[in-house]
Design a binder for this molecule. Structure first.
Ligand SMILES: [Fe+2]
Length: 289
């Protein structure tokens, strides 16, 4: 009996590994349309490709399949939501940098940090100057790297406001994470200007309600990797913060007039399992109401 159970467990484990390896390379394009009366006329039809959580994954040699998919969207800009690398002492960041270099030859790129970049930044005694070098290389190739700051993304005539939120370590804790207060958000980012369509790059989707109160029209998040395994009608099973069946796992959410698009991300680290949860390129079209 024990032999049968062990054999079944080995076969199941092998099947999960095989399916997961396959899925980790099986890109999916998800298209979203965000409609708002606040958008300027010139942004009607503006296309954003949103990339997050690559964790140095590669889709074909030098990410050719990923770049081809992005090219197929013909974006006006590429927004990056962080965690493009893995914060390990022995990790190389070249895969992420190579992708950014290649994309920056074709598109405007705006980059916000995730918890992995922030870990490098906060722990120089462990990672040395890796973060400084990484950001330096990003800037060298023309990527606009944003750290608790805002920039106007313009069309030549009008603009929308893009803000990148450097989330604190306590907001990423596995147990008892602390939501940012409105005051903390305002201290870090200033106040949202209601005159402009406001996009917020906030890596962790957990605090959508706070982001909405702060005044964003569109939040772009990642971090949850779609909940690792996605079950039909239930969704993601577990977040990296060990929340079971997280409220926000993937897709589009709305609170009042704020929309959040939560990508399943492009890669993973530590536990490299994806089931029914293909890596995502998000293509977002803005529509003037
Ligand atoms: Fe993350």
């Amino acid at each position: 009996m024990l032999f049968i159970i062990l054999t079944a467990a080995v076969i199941l484990g092998a099947a999960v590994c095989f399916a997961s390896m396959n899925e980790n390379q099986n890109l999916s394009l998800e298209e979203y349309t965000v409609v708002s009366a606040k958008l300027p006329e010139e942004f009607d039809g503006f296309k954003i490709v949103f990339l997050t959580d690559l964790h140095c994954n590669e889709f074909d040699y030098q990410n050719k399949a990923l770049i081809d998919m992005i090219d197929g969207c013909s974006p006006d800009a590429v927004f990056v939501g962080g965690d493009m690398l893995v914060s390990r002492v022995d990790s190389s960041y070249e895969v992420a940098l190579d992708l950014m270099r290649e994309l920056s030859r074709r598109y405007r790129i705006y980059y916000a940090d995730g918890n992995h970049e922030m870990r490098l930044k906060r722990n120089e005694e462990v990672y040395g100057v890796a973060y400084k070098e990484y950001v330096h290389q990003l800037k060298e190739c023309g990527v606009v790297h944003l750290s608790n700051e805002s920039i106007m993304v313009d069309s030549g005539i009008s603009a929308i406001c893009l803000t990148a939120y450097d989330m604190e370590e306590k907001q990423y804790r596995k147990f008892h994470p602390a939501p940012p207060s409105l005051e903390e958000m305002s201290d870090a980012l200033g106040d949202a200007d209601p005159e402009f369509f406001q996009v917020l790059l906030a890596h962790n989707p957990n605090y959508f309600r706070q982001y909405s109160k702060w005044g964003c029209d569109l939040v772009l998040s990642g971090h949850f990797h779609g909940g690792m395994v996605r079950l039909p009608k239930i969704g993601g099973v577990i977040s990296p913060q060990f929340q079971l069946f997280p409220k926000y796992d993937a897709g589009e959410y709305q609170i009042g007039t704020s929309i959040m698009i939560l990508s399943r991300g492009l890669g993973n680290h530590s536990i490299k399992i994806r089931l029914f949860n293909r890596p995502e390129v998000s293509c977002i079209t803005l529509k003037k109401k």
